[in-house]
Design a protein around this ligand. Structure first.
Ligand code: TTP
Ligand code: MG
Length: 396
C-alpha cells in the first residue's frame, strides 16, 4: 500500500478554504450552450433600466461587470451577446455545488449561490496538503458540474477569501501561515473587508493606501478616527480573523443582503429586493431543515445609516411567503424618505423543523396546504430547476 505522505502542517492552526465559482451565471450558460463558449456575454435583461448580473471573462477586459447598467455595458462592449438570466436554474446548480462541497467538509458556510467557506482543519489525512485539498475540490466540482471554481486556502476566512479572488479565474492560491503578512501588505486598502468606497475615502485621507500602511499605524489612532471599523481593519491587516465557519445548520441566523446597483427609494421599490431575499433565506432554511421564529429587516441609507426592525414570526416558518409577509409589515416601521443602498432580510431564533410547532387553530389547515405546496416546489426544483415554478408576482 502506498504510504500517505502526511505533510508538515504544524503552522496551520486552522485550514480555511474559500471557493467561488468563476463568472457563475455566464459559465452555466456557456456550459449548456456550446455556441456561447469563448464569446463575450452579458447576463441580464436587454432593457434600458436593467443591470448586468455578471459578464463572462471574455467580456471583462472591456471594463464591464456585475451591477453595471446594461446600457453602459452595451456601449463599452457592443459585440457582447446579452443573455437573460435563469435564476431558478442557477439555484439548482448551486445546490449541486454545495452538495459537492459537503463531501469535503461537514463545515460549509454558503455566502451566496456561488461561494462558500469550508473548514478543512484536520482533513490532511484524507486529502493531503492544503494545496492537494484545493486541487481535489476543483477537480470534483468540474467532474460533477463542468464548471470552474477558484479556491483560496489560508488560516482564516478573510485571507482565504482574498486569495480565492486574486487567483481568479480558475484560481488555486494557498497562503502559507508564515507568508500571510507578505501576501496581505502590498494589497490596496480596498481589499480590506468591510471598507467599501466610503471607508476607502476615509483611509486615503489619512494617508493609508495599502494594507501594510494600516498594519503599521497606531491602532489607537485608527479607533479614534474610524471607531469600530478602525479596530476591525487593524486586526484584518495583521491577518487576524477568528470568525468560525458556521454551517447553515448551526447558524444563529440566516440572512441575505444586497448592496444595490442603484439606490432605491420608497416602499414599493424596496419590496422586490425583500422578496428576493426572502426566497434565498427560505431556501437556505429548508436546506438546513430549520424553522425560523424571527425575522429582521435591515436597510442601509444612501448616507450609510443602518436601520433594523425585527419581529417574532408566529408560528415559525421556512416559507418565503411568510418571511416576506413579516418583512412587508416591518417595512412600515421605517422612515423611507431617504434612498436606500442596501436591503437585507435575516431569519433568526431557529429551531429544528422536526420539533412540534404550535399551530394557530384557525390557520393551520391553510398553512398545511402551503407547506405541502413548498415541498412540491422543492421537489420540482430538484428535478427541473428552481425557476420551473414561479410565484405570480415574479411574472410581472
Ligand atoms: P460573483 O461571485 O460576485 O461573480 P461571478 O461568479 O459572476 O464572477 P467571479 O468569477 O468574479 O466570481 O457573483 C456570483 C453570481 O451572482 C454572478 O454570476 C451573478 C450574480 N450576481 C448578481 O446577480 N448581481 C450582482 O451584483 C453580483 C455581484 C452577482
Ligand atoms: Mg463567483
Amino acid at each position: 500500500m502506498d504510504s500517505i505522505d502526511v505533510p508538515k502542517t504544524s503552522a496551520w492552526s486552522r485550514i480555511i478554504m474559500h471557493a467561488d465559482m468563476d463568472a457563475f451565471y455566464a459559465a452555466v450558460e456557456q456550459r449548456d450552450r456550446p455556441e456561447l463558449r469563448g464569446k463575450p456575454l452579458l447576463i441580464g435583461m436587454d432593457h434600458p433600466r436593467s443591470v448586468v448580473t455578471t459578464a463572462s471573462y471574455e467580456a471583462r477586459p472591456f471594463g464591464v461587470g456585475s451591477a453595471m447598467p446594461m446600457a453602459v455595458a452595451k456601449r463599452k462592449c457592443p459585440q457582447a451577446l446579452i443573455i437573460p438570466p435563469r435564476i431558478g436554474y442557477y439555484s439548482t446548480v448551486s445546490q449541486q455545488i454545495m452538495t459537492e462541497f459537503e463531501h469535503f467538509s461537514p463545515y460549509v458556510e454558503p455566502l451566496s449561490l456561488d461561494e462558500a467557506f469550508l473548514d478543512m482543519t484536520g482533513a490532511q489525512r484524507l486529502f493531503g496538503t492544503p494545496h492537494d485539498m484545493a486541487r481535489a475540490l476543483k477537480q470534483e466540482v468540474f467532474r460533477k458540474v463542468q464548471l470552474r471554481v477558484s479556491v483560496g486556502v489560508a488560516c482564516c476566512k478573510y485571507v482565504a477569501k482574498v486569495a480565492s479572488d486574486l487567483g481568479k479565474p480558475d484560481g488555486l492560491l494557498v497562503v502559507e501561515p508564515d507568508d500571510t503578512l507578505d501576501f496581505l501588505h502590498p494589497l490596496p486598502i480596498s481589499r480590506l473587508w468591510g471598507v467599501g468606497k466610503h471607508g476607502e475615502g476615509l483611509l486615503l485621507a489619512l494617508g493609508l493606501r495599502t494594507i501594510g500602511d494600516v498594519a503599521r499605524s497606531d491602532p489607537k489612532f485608527l479607533v479614534e478616527r474610524l471607531g469600530s471599523l478602525g479596530a476591525h481593519i487593524f486586526a484584518l491587516s495583521l491577518g487576524q480573523d477568528p470568525r468560525k465557519v458556521v454551517s447553515d445548520r448551526e447558524a444563529q441566523s440566516i440572512g441575505s443582503e444586497d448592496t444595490l446597483a442603484v439606490d432605491v427609494r420608497g416602499y414599493e421599490a424596496i419590496l422586490p429586493h425583500l422578496l428576493h431575499a426572502a426566497d434565498q433565506v427560505a431556501w437556505r432554511l429548508r436546506r438546513a431543515g430549520l424553522i425560523a421564529h424571527g425575522v429582521r429587516v435591515k436597510l442601509k441609507s444612501a448616507s450609510f445609516k443602518i436601520h433594523t426592525r425585527q419581529a417574532v414570526l408566529r408560528p415559525g416558518s421556512h416559507n418565503a411567503d411568510d418571511l416576506y409577509a413579516a418583512a412587508q409589515t416591518l417595512l412600515h416601521q421605517f422612515d423611507l424618505r431617504e434612498p436606500m443602498r442596501l436591503v437585507g432580510l435575516t431569519a433568526y431564533d431557529m429551531r429544528d423543523q422536526q420539533l412540534p410547532v404550535q399551530e394557530d387553530l384557525f390557520t393551520s389547515a391553510d398553512r398545511r396546504k402551503r407547506q405541502n405546496l413548498d415541498v412540491a416546489v422543492d421537489s420540482l426544483a430538484q428535478r427541473f430547476g428552481r425557476g420551473t415554478v414561479k410565484r405570480g408576482s415574479d411574472l410581472h
